[in-house]
Design a protein around this ligand. Structure first.
Ligand code: ADP
Ligand code: MG
Length: 693
């Protein structure tokens, strides 16, 4: 019933159905879950005479005079103006770049405006208010006035009014028949409304109290559906036998002794957690969080050695060619002096375009290789292991969930360590990564100086270059990062390619410059990186290809051009490329960006170098869905629930999921049938999960 296509609703033709498809709405149920982005209280409108500067209002007014003019002088844009009023007074309105609006602003038309009152030339004015025209028969227009009214983001070819009508129609017809995936008992335990009441009140709230309750109930449902697969995965895993590793041994001792540093307390602590897991009979699935530069790689390397000294093979997967090669070079050098069982360790780099792939496949299969390091090339079907017992996935957020699931299949319940440099608060991590155990490296190696971060305007760019030159003259190296490869005139941003030429023949002509970006062949990328690493280049002009993992401690200065074009976590990742040794490093964000959001991002960068803090800020700015990316989790399913704002509710939903699944893992009992239905409908993969274990 609810899975019926919206095409069958009255008032929806193929065109409208299509514009909904673009928003992920295909069925009537999905339409009912298409929630308003805000509400307007139209039970009482503000009176025009009461409006004050700086406040946001909803008013119901009549057009007294409308007009449109185009301003071609400075830039091409149109201005539409109107004088509107109610029985208490008049106010002028102005809209920018809405050239079609003018023709509707007929005298005596009634409309509802929502917007901010500003002072302009000494007079109050509504600028760019949202508007909704009232039809003549407004008195019995009970969906659109005289109540709390939902405001939606509009799919193409819909107006607020037509969408409200459509949704109301769907609710009237289908709510009486709707099945509630949350049982009566569960709802009573948490004081939750039933589904029909909730959907009605989230769209057409009777009052704000009920709207709030509806919001809570639907948030709970979202969290609950989101937790069930995670929890079930964890339960399944605990039921499966893994590999018992020997965690201590000469190989580990030799390796640790050979390091040019001693492990930090934080590294030791997580290593102990990993060792305990690896030694146990249960398969490990551990998330290792640690800020950029906290030293995750060496911990992962030791875990690989545990697998090897236990007589098995290990795999280390990184998201880019450059990073895989860097790991390979570094780990090769570290393992070079080691001897195990009378022989040297054998490792291999598997990348996208190896010519002798066949040979690698054969040797891995025959067990002649101890450790395979590579990109997602590791996922290729042709690669199989003799005895894979341990897997590292570096920078896990760069892989999709599906990709991450492929590698473990190449072993027999191997232990898995996934690593991320985007740390989040612990309670949040436990719930969002609910199928994993979590370790955190919460301190940087000793002697690291926090990167000094500054924000310069475009006009101060020369100062940034001077600072970079000072670093170069000390024998240090510099990165200059651009958001794009080719410049964009439309957006007025400089690109890496052109700036490379400009910088090389201009201000940095006395230095050796390199250029790296994603469009270069891997071969060329490798050459540039290794030259930079070997100090045959002084300055690297780059794109975000450098974002993950690159570790060159002699680089102490980074200039990020058009910094407003990067996300906060991305900026932090980029900055993480410097400050990796004992030297003081400098990061200069060059930007004239003026949006509130970009100002928040830049000031967060300047004021903090702590990844946890930055991640929290970023979560606040972008919201969890965007922060984690839809590929990551069922998080994309969270339409209104917010893990940051509703941590208690999330925790409660998780506890309910654990209680339910430990008692009825396959949801076979009768009261759980609707929940099962909904889960399978939302996540078809859930069926497979239920069959395991
Ligand atoms: P990330 O956690 O960002 O992946 P890496 O593992 O690349 O960080 O480590 C960053 C740098 O710190 C590397 O050059 C590494 O050799 C060095 N490092 C790691 N652990 C320590 C330590 N305990 N003391 C000093 N330097 C360390
Ligand atoms: Mg790393």
């Amino acid at each position: 019933m609810q899975t019926t296509s919206i095409q069958y609703l009255k008032g929806i033709g193929p065109a409208r159905a299509k514009s909904f498809t673009a928003r992920g709405v295909n069925t009537i149920e999905e339409l009912m879950y298409y929630f308003p982005r805000r509400y307007e209280d139209r039970r009482n409108f503000a009176k025009v005479s009461e409006l004050k500067e700086g406040e946001i209002y909803t008013v119901k007014v009549e057009v007294l005079k409308g007009m449109q003019r185009n301003s071609w002088r400075r830039r091409r844009f149109s201005i539409t103006e109107a004088l509107v009023g109610d029985d208490t007074g008049k106010i002028s309105c102005v809209w920018f770049n809405q050239p079609y609006l003018g023709q509707y602003l007929q005298d005596a038309a009634w409309l509802i405006l929502y917007g901010k009152v500003e002072l302009y030339n000494g007079k109050l004015q509504l600028s760019n208010p949202e508007y909704e025209f009232l039809e003549d028969g407004q008195e019995d227009d009970s969906l659109n006035v005289g109540r709390i009214v939902p405001i939606y983001s509009l799919p193409k070819s819909f107006s607020q009014r037509s969408l409200r009508k459509l949704i109301k129609h769907a609710l009237d017809e289908f709510l009486p028949k709707i099945n509630d995936p949350l049982t009566f008992d569960l709802r009573s335990r948490h004081n939750l409304l039933n589904l029909a009441q909730s959907l009605l009140n989230i769209h057409f709230p009777q009052d704000f109290e009920l709207q709030k309750q509806a919001h809570t109930r639907i948030s709970f449902e979202e969290f609950f559906l989101f937790q069930l697969p995670l929890v079930l995965r964890k339960i399944n895993r605990k039921n499966k036998a893994g590999i018992r590793h020997t965690a201590e041994g000469k190989l580990i001792d030799d390796f640790t002794r050979g390091l040019p540093f001693t492990l930090t307390g934080a590294q030791e602590k997580v290593l102990k957690e990993i060792k305990t897991d690896m030694a146990s009979a249960q398969a490990m699935q551990r998330l290792l969080q640690g800020d950029v530069g906290s030293g995750k790689t060496v911990v992962a390397t030791i875990a690989c050695l545990i697998a090897i000294q236990s007589g098995h093979q290990a795999a280390f997967m990184a998201p880019t060619e450059i990073l895989a090669r860097q790991h390979y070079d570094k780990i090769s050098a570290q393992l070079e002096p080691l001897v195990f069982g009378g022989r040297k360790l054998r490792l291999v780099l598997l990348s996208g375009q190896d010519r002798d792939k066949e040979k690698i496949y054969r040797e891995v299969k025959e067990g002649k290789i101890d450790l395979v390091i590579g990109t997602h090339a590791l996922l290729q079907e042709e690669l199989s292991f003799r005895d894979l017992s341990f897997i590292v996935i570096d920078e896990q957020h760069k892989f999709g969930v599906g990709q991450r699931a492929l590698l473990p299949k190449k072993g027999n319940n191997p232990d898995i360590l996934i690593m991320t440099a985007t740390p989040i608060p612990r309670t949040l991590a436990i719930t969002l990564y609910g199928d994993l155990d979590i370790s955190v490296i919460n301190a940087l190696p000793q002697g690291r100086l926090p990167v000094k971060t500054m924000h310069f305007s475009e006009a101060q760019k020369a100062k940034a270059y001077t600072l970079a030159k000072e670093e170069l003259n000390y024998g240090r190296q510099v990165y200059i990062i651009y958001p794009v490869i080719e410049e964009s005139y439309a957006l007025d941003i400089a690109g890496a390619k052109k700036m490379f030429i400009e910088l090389k023949s201009g201000i940095f002509k006395d230095y050796r410059l390199g250029l790296i970006h994603g469009k270069l062949k891997n071969q060329e990328q490798n050459e540039v990186m290794s030259k930079f690493k070997n100090k045959q280049l002084d300055l690297l002009v780059a794109t975000t290809i450098l974002e993950v993992g690159i570790d060159i401690p002699n680089a102490t200065c980074m200039i990020i051009a058009s910094a407003e074009r990067f996300g906060l976590s991305q900026l932090h990742q980029l900055r993480g490329r410097i400050g990796r040794g004992k030297l003081q490093s400098f990061c200069i964000l060059v930007s004239d960006g003026q949006t509130e959001e970009s100002k928040m991002r830049l000031s967060a960068m300047v004021s903090s170098s702590d990844g946890f803090h930055i991640a929290e800020e970023d979560l606040k700015i972008r919201g969890p869905g965007q922060f984690f990316g839809s590929r990551q989790h069922g998080l994309a399913e969270l339409k209104i629930a917010n893990p940051l704002m509703q941590m208690q509710l999330l925790k409660a939903a998780r506890e309910e999921a654990i209680a339910l699944l430990s008692q009825d893992a396959r949801l076979d009992e009768r009261p759980h049938q609707f929940l099962k239905q909904k889960l399978l409908q939302r996540f078809p993969e859930y069926e497979k999960l239920m069959l395991v274990g």
